[in-house]
Every structure is written in C-alpha cells, then in structure tokens.
Design a protein around this ligand. Structure first.
Ligand SMILES: NC(=O)c1ccc[n+]([C@@H]2O[C@H](COP(=O)([O-])OP(=O)(O)OC[C@H]3O[C@@H](n4cnc5c(N)ncnc54)[C@H](OP(=O)(O)O)[C@@H]3O)[C@@H](O)[C@H]2O)c1
Length: 242
C-alpha cells in the first residue's frame, strides 16, 4: 500500500481500519510524506499495533520533484489524501503565495505524481487508486473557491483516470468528504451534526473500496446537500454568502 499524505488524519484512520478488519497483509506500507519527523511516530504505531513494517519516503510537493525515490515501489493500492486548505478568500484571495500553494499541493504538483503511480498500476494491469477530493469542488462558493477549484480539477482528473484505467483493469475511487474533524479544520467552527471523524470516514471509505465504488460522499448526507447547492440558479447563488 502506498499512502500519499501519510500524516493526514484520514490516512492514519484508513490504514488502521484496513489493517484491523482487512485480511490482507502487506510486506511493507510506503508512507510518503512532507513531514518525516511526524511520520516516524505513525510508522512506530503501525509496528506496535499491527506488526506492520513501513518505509518513510520524504517528498514535499512544493520542494521536491525527483520521482526516482519511488522507482522500487511495488504496490496494488494507492491512497491519496494529500491536500491543503490554505487561507480562505477573505484573507487569501490576493495572496499569491497562498494561491500558488493551494493550486500546487491540491492539483498541479499532485496530478503528475498520481499519474506516475497510475502508470505503474497500468503496466501491472491491476490495482486501486483512492483519491480524496472535496465537496468544495462541486460548486465555487465565495468563502473558499481557490481551494474548491483545485479540488474540482483533481476530481475531474480522477474521473478521467477512472475511465482510462478501467480499460487496463485498474480501479479509481473518488472520495468527496464534507466537513471533517481533522487538523486541516482546526480553528474553524463547523456544524457538529455535519462533521465526520476520521474514523467514520475510514469506515465509509474502506466499505466503498471493498465494493469497488466509483465516487462516494463522506458522509452520505452531503449528497443531498450538494444536490441542492448545485441546483440553486446562478442568479440567486451569486447573492448568497456561503
Ligand atoms: N478536513 C476536511 O474538512 C476536508 C474536507 C473535504 C476534503 N478534505 C480532503 O481530505 C484529504 C485529507 O485531509 P485531512 O482532513 O486528513 O487533512 P490533513 O490532516 O491536513 O491531511 C492533508 C495532508 O496533505 C499532505 N500535505 C500537505 N502539504 C503537503 C506538501 N507540501 N507536500 C506533500 N504533502 C502535503 C500532508 O501529509 P504529510 O504531512 O504526510 O506530507 C497532510 O497531512 C485532503 O485532500 C483534503 O483536501 C478534507
């Protein structure tokens, strides 16, 4: 298994869920991270709790570009939780560094890396890629549309990748989380009833992975919410403050 964004709270919960209920063992889990210090703790946890070996590979999407560090990796599951929320519109719209960082981490630097692993899976003729986009990518809203547009780009990329790799026997699953209680949203006030824990997300993602689902919401209520949000006519939507 390859994890992109190893310190992500959702990644950690997914790996825990996979190793607790799954009957598959990997000789090694590849933890790809921009934060190797914090990932040491995760690696130790996997060893102590699950007797699972792992290898930490440092790769920061902003600083690093040498894919040769991944050359020897063999796997059949890629879990991509990489993401960066950045500053919301009120602080960050005219902040070029913030804008570039959001676009690079969520889309422009991430897509080539996922494609690199997709090629490995294509050559092997098997495997699953799980990619985390966001409900924020379903309609641009005034509060966070730079982030939302980068997640929309990643979602469309995953749509096309699924279509392309279907013919090569590789499955691609898109995950659309709504509000999540993770380090990404620390400091934000989120409605409790609509906010899922990483453990809940892991459970839903794992079940959907086993059923080879194509696109899922975390949690299901977000399908209803986003169906409404997507269907508000533009002449009304532009007047809303969301
Ligand atoms: N939290 C939410 O409310 C929410 C809602 C909708 C969608 N999502 C999406 O769900 C996914 C997981 O998010 P999360 O809530 O688990 O947040 P998170 O804990 O902040 O995880 C995001 C991960 O992205 C990786 N990352 C950040 N900057 C990077 C860089 N420069 N280079 C490489 N990797 C970098 C980090 O992993 P490393 O430290 O290991 O590099 C980080 O742990 C993200 O794609 C996010 O956009 C989250």
């Amino acid at each position: 298994m390859i994890i992109l964004g190893a310190t992500s709270d959702i990644s950690q919960a997914f790996v825990d869920k996979f190793l607790t209920v799954g009957n598959k063992k990997y000789s090694k889990i590849y933890l790809i991270t921009s934060n190797p210090g914090e990932t040491e703790r995760i690696s130790k946890h996997l060893l102590v709790k699950h007797k699972q070996d792992s290898e930490i590979i440092k790769f920061d999407l902003i600083q690093d570009s040498d894919y040769s560090v991944f050359d020897t990796i063999e796997s059949d599951l890629l879990f991509c939780a990489t993401g960066f929320l950045g500053k919301n519109t009120d602080e960050g719209l005219y902040d070029e560094i913030n804008t570039q960082r959001i676009i690079k981490i969520n889309y422009s630097k991430l897509v080539p890396l996922v494609s690199y692993f997709a090629k490995k899976f294509e050559l092997k003729g098997s495997g699953t890629i799980i990619g985390l986009s966001s409900v924020a990518g379903l309609r641009g809203r005034q509060s966070n549309f730079i982030y939302g547009s980068s997640k929309a780009g990643f979602m469309i990329y995953l749509d096309g990748l699924r279509n392309y790799l279907y013919h090569k026997n590789v499955h691609v699953m898109t995950v659309l989380p709504g509000f999540m209680d993770t380090k990404m949203t620390i400091g934000l006030t989120l409605p409790k009833a609509l906010t899922a824990t990483p453990q809940k997300a892991a459970e839903i993602i794992y079940r959907a992975y086993k059923k080879k689902k194509n696109k899922i919401y975390v949690t299901g209520i977000w399908w209803y919410i986003m169906t409404i949000v997507k269907n508000v006519p533009e002449f009304i939507f532009k007047k809303l403050k969301m």
